[in-house]
Design a protein around this ligand. Structure first.
Ligand code: PMP
Length: 378
């Protein structure tokens, strides 16, 4: 199999599988419990928290573990329920759909802009927010149970960034980025699915999404997913030891760019939806449209040849909507419908690129021949 859906999920690293397997036995206890096995489990949770905090330039208390990036995104948006929320049109559904439902028109205002897009890999500029104006809205003047202000950083504008695709691909520092909230997910770096984290800067508004026990300093109820968090920690450790951002920048970028070049010269009717220049996109994602060919068909034909890619369309009960990201970027439904995402990871080699190019031109040719859309052949 040639796996080119790393932006979807990175296969769990062998080190992660091993440590999680052992953790099921060694750290089974409820991490909130006061007994010794509980303390030992909590110690492991805190190790991952410290490591993530260090890697992103935050304090450990500013990290909240979640069930993934979707929950982290939902949590930030719901904190601003009834308030102004502005998102980029390229956000993940776990931002866009929630914002649509919960935005209002009161200040303070939340901006949610991802730094890099999961479908095209494009790197975006974060908006400049106003950090000088202050407010006394109810969200900012709420008191905790001891009568202390919950929010000490009482600005009119806050910034969230979904950094799910960025972690491991580029060094991250939340202070340098100037974000108040940031989202991460373990399964995009070789950790387990179902674990993520939210960075919440000290003193900014926060409302728990899951209300329950006292876990995560009352910011996220639910028994700690100790084993998953240990797996996340191992993936972070491997990422930092290997300086994965260098591997992505040097090795993986070359695979991606070679595939792009070969597609453009060897596959008729192909056009790139990813800007390849360094700094313009993540090094591992390549989104391509093929004239008169449907993305889903390309995906299925490639799959039959053992080449795994993804498409941006959301297929829901007969309603095939083109990717909102490509629609926002190109404004062209045909381009959006005919797009495929190739996303690379550390296990890929130039052999994989060769294999894609053995089968892709034939598949596109076949689809273009049966298409009702007429096209000029190269
Ligand atoms: N945000 C972005 C940018 C993503 O790429 C993804 C995963 N496709 C998510 C959020 C959702 O992540 P999770 O699966 O951890 O909920």
């Amino acid at each position: 199999m040639v796996y080119l859906d790393y932006a979807g999920t990175v296969p769990m690293l062998p080190e992660v599988i091993e440590i999680m397997h052992n953790a099921e036995r060694d750290f089974f206890a409820n991490a909130s419990a006061l007994h010794t096995p509980g303390h030992r489990a909590m110690n492991e949770v805190e190790k991952t928290r410290k490591l993530l905090a260090k890697l992103i330039g935050a304090d450990p208390e500013e990290i909240i573990f979640t069930s993934g990036a979707s929950e982290a995104n939902n949590t930030v948006i719901r904190t601003f329920e009834g308030y102004e929320i502005e998102t980029s049109p390229l956000e993940h559904h776990s931002i866009i759909e929630v914002a649509k439902q919960y935005r209002g028109n009161k200040k303070p205002k939340l901006y949610s802009y991802m730094l890099a897009n999961n479908e095209t890999g494009d790197i975006l500029e974060l908006p400049k927010i106003d950090r000088t104006k202050f407010d006394d809205s109810p969200l900012l003047t709420a008191l905790n149970e001891w009568g202390k202000p919950l929010v000490t950083d009482r600005r009119k504008e806050y910034l969230h960034s979904d950094l799910t695709q960025v972690l491991g691909k580029m060094p991250i520092n939340v202070k340098v980025l100037g974000v108040d909230y940031a989202t991460f997910s373990a399964h995009k770096i070789g950790g387990p699915i179902g674990v993520g984290a939210l960075y919440v800067k000290k003193g900014v508004p926060f409302k728990p999404l899951i209300i329950g026990g006292n876990q995560e300093q009352k910011r996220r109820g639910g028994t700690y997913n100790t084993v998953g968090i240990i797996g996340f920690g191992k993936a972070l450790e491997v990422m930092s030891v290997r300086k994965s951002w260098d591997v992505y920048d040097n090795v993986i970028r070359n695979l991606r760019d070679t595939l792009a070049e070969r597609i453009l010269t060897e596959v008729s009717g192909s056009s790139l939806n990813t800007e390849l220049a360094r700094g313009k996109s993540l090094p591992n994602i390549l989104n391509v449209s093929f004239l008169a060919s449907e993305g889903e068909s390309i995906q299925l034909y490639l799959d039959a040849e053992g080449v795994v890619v993804s498409t941006g369309s959301a297929c829901a009960s007969g309603d095939i909507r083109p990717s909102h990201v490509l629609m926002a970027k190109t404004g062209n439904a045909e381009v959006a419908h005919s797009s495929v995402r190739f996303s690379f990871g550390p296990e890929n080699t130039m052999e994989d690129v060769k294999r894609v190019m053995e089968v892709l031109p034939r598949i596109i040719n076949l689809l273009q021949n049966i298409s009702t859309i007429k096209m000029e052949k190269k």
